[in-house]
Design a protein around this ligand. Sequence first.
Ligand code: NAI
Length: 304
Amino acid sequence: MITIIGAGKVGGEAALFAALKKLSDEILLLDIIEGLPQGEAMDLNHMLSEQGIDVNIRGSNDYSEMKGSDIVVVVAGSGRKPGMTRMDLLKINTSIVKGVVENIKKFAENSMIIPVTNPLDPMTYLTYKVSGLEKSRVFGMGNMLDLSRFKQFIHQATGYSRDSIQALVIGEHGENMLPLARYSSVSGIPLSSLLPKQKIEEIVRDTRQVAAKVIELKGATVHAPANAISSIIEAVVKDTKEVIPIATYLDGEYGYNDVSIGVPAVIGRNGVEKIVEVELDSDEKGWFRKGVDSVKNAISSMEF
Ligand code: NAI
């Protein structure tokens, strides 16, 4: 069973993707707003009925219903308004996510948790610490979304098929994210062979900033994050061993300790099965360090 806590824009759409991909027979949507998860579940089930897909979606306001969950997605909390950074959500979402994770600990202590609420990296750290789960069982979705944006810019700049584009983004899911142009390619052909340096720098910059643009235009980002959540769940339930950048707790990897931040990892039925360490040049190390500093700074101000 997959439980999604927070049946708002991203949570509802994540249920849609998970159901269409048949990632579980049963999906539970939980929210504190009475009626919202129930209504969302009805609407989704109507769609699934017509599609002939036997995935059952339930909506509830009762946390105890998540008993037996294999995977719990935490997407409860406030989203940023135009002009805000993800870090501006730290205070309000810390107390929400803490409460949610305490309930997961109570009712679904054997699950894996995928934090999504922003600011993603501090929320992943909080989730790991409060849940008491092994670090391999808590992995946040942030860079998977960032790389989908990076891919779109590469597609636009080259005109080549999206299917042939490989891209990697690591680091903070925030102002200091690190789109790794050196590790991104079109069918193995490095970006540096396809685009001028200036253009690569431009799309790296745009990748960092484009979410704010979407929020300015439509109020929230929805489809791309929901898809990214479903891709991570798919890697777990199908045990694909796909290398996906996720936010996880570092214990010396990349030279850092006691912080959760985005790094590439092998994702399979056991969650984070291995963190993949890629070599970074001095500029890349600088961005990664800025991300770590920002996340550590947030963590030190969190009360939980
Ligand atoms: P939304 O406002 O549409 O939905 C949030 C839902 O959480 C609401 O329905 C609210 O009632 C519910 N909620 C609040 N406290 C709760 C609690 N204690 N238990 C259960 N439900 C609770 O917001 P949206 O757009 O779905 O975004 C949700 C979060 O996801 C935000 O923090 C946003 O910044 C983050 N986000 C993260 C992304 C990522 O890449 N990691 C991408 C997109 C959004």
